[in-house]
Design a protein around this ligand. Structure first.
Ligand SMILES: Nc1ncnc2c1ncn2[C@@H]1O[C@H](COP(=O)(O)OP(=O)(O)OP(=O)(O)O)[C@@H](O)[C@H]1O
Length: 250
């Protein structure tokens, strides 16, 4: 579980996050949604410890990130898997090389152990063996995202952070990726936080949804509650997508 308490973050006097509190439970897909510029990425990076916050607390289970020393933060980051926007695979390394990369960097596993772990992760994201030796440019966008997810879970993380994991994908493939993240979250009981503006993702996997509006917590609830809420800011966000406006009968 990750807990954020009364978090404030500003850049040169520009207050970007104001008094944000939220709980992200493990075994659940926790979504952070909001308009462009609302502060989602700053919140994610603050939780990751990439930004120093002005005020507040960030708890990883019983560990307070804001009280940790540099070494402890580094150690804890190894418990975090990241899926970056666009996948961010290494172009010059094969599919299996990309997944092996964190194992080479952070473990003392034998070659055989690494091979087995790479296979395990790639099989879990439904990449077939014949694709293991291909390069990122030789596989589809959806496959690239799956490889990026396999790489993110290689070190068996407790926490999984995904920044717009299905951007640039067609809606069907995007749903496959969303569902894959959800099933891995359940199987490995990770605390998963996903930044997205995609209402399809909200409806598919929004077990817990945090809506950020101009740096403040605007609303929180589930995918079922979001279609029933009277919160004006949430509705304005949803109604920007005509399909969901229809679903809400507006
Ligand atoms: N390193 C930084 N220095 C100064 N200001 C920043 C920095 N990072 C973000 N901001 C500001 O913080 C605000 C929120 O940005 P943020 O990237 O969190 O938005 P977002 O909700 O993730 O948007 P998008 O959905 O478009 O990615 C913006 O006004 C942005 O200019």
């Amino acid at each position: 579980m990750i807990e954020v308490k009364n978090l404030y973050k500003s850049f040169e006097g520009n207050e970007v996050l104001k008094n944000v509190s939220a709980t992200f439970e493990n075994g659940k897909t926790n979504l952070i949604i909001g308009r462009s510029g609302s502060g989602k990425t700053v919140l994610l990076k603050s939780i990751l410890g990439l930004f120093e916050i002005d005020k507040g607390e960030i708890w990883y289970n019983d560990r307070n990130l804001t009280q940790m020393g540099e070494k402890e933060v580094k150690r804890m980051r190894r418990e975090i898997g990241m899926v970056f926007q666009g996948g961010a695979l290494f172009d010059s390394i094969s599919v299996e090389g990309n997944v092996r990369f964190p194992l080479d960097m952070f473990t003392r596993m034998s070659s055989k152990e690494k091979k087995e772990r790479v296979e395990f992760c790639l099989e879990h994201v439904n990449i077939e063996k014949h694709a293991f030796s291909l390069f990122p440019s030789e596989i589809s966008g959806g496959m690239q995202k799956r490889v990026a997810i396999a790489r993110a879970i290689a070190l068996n993380p407790k926490y999984l952070f995904c920044d717009e994991p299905n951007s640039g994908l067609d809606p069907e493939t995007a749903t496959v990726i969303d569902k894959l993240i959800q099933s891995l979250t359940k199987e490995f009981q990770m605390t998963t936080i996903i930044n997205t503006h995609d209402m399809n993702s909200v409806i598919e996997i929004g077990e817990s949804v945090l809506f950020i509006s101009k740096g403040e917590k605007g609303w929180e609830g589930t995918k079922h509650e979001i279609l029933k809420t009277d919160n004006k800011k949430v509705n304005d966000f949803i109604f920007a997508n005509k399909l969901y406006a229809q679903m809400k009968g507006k």
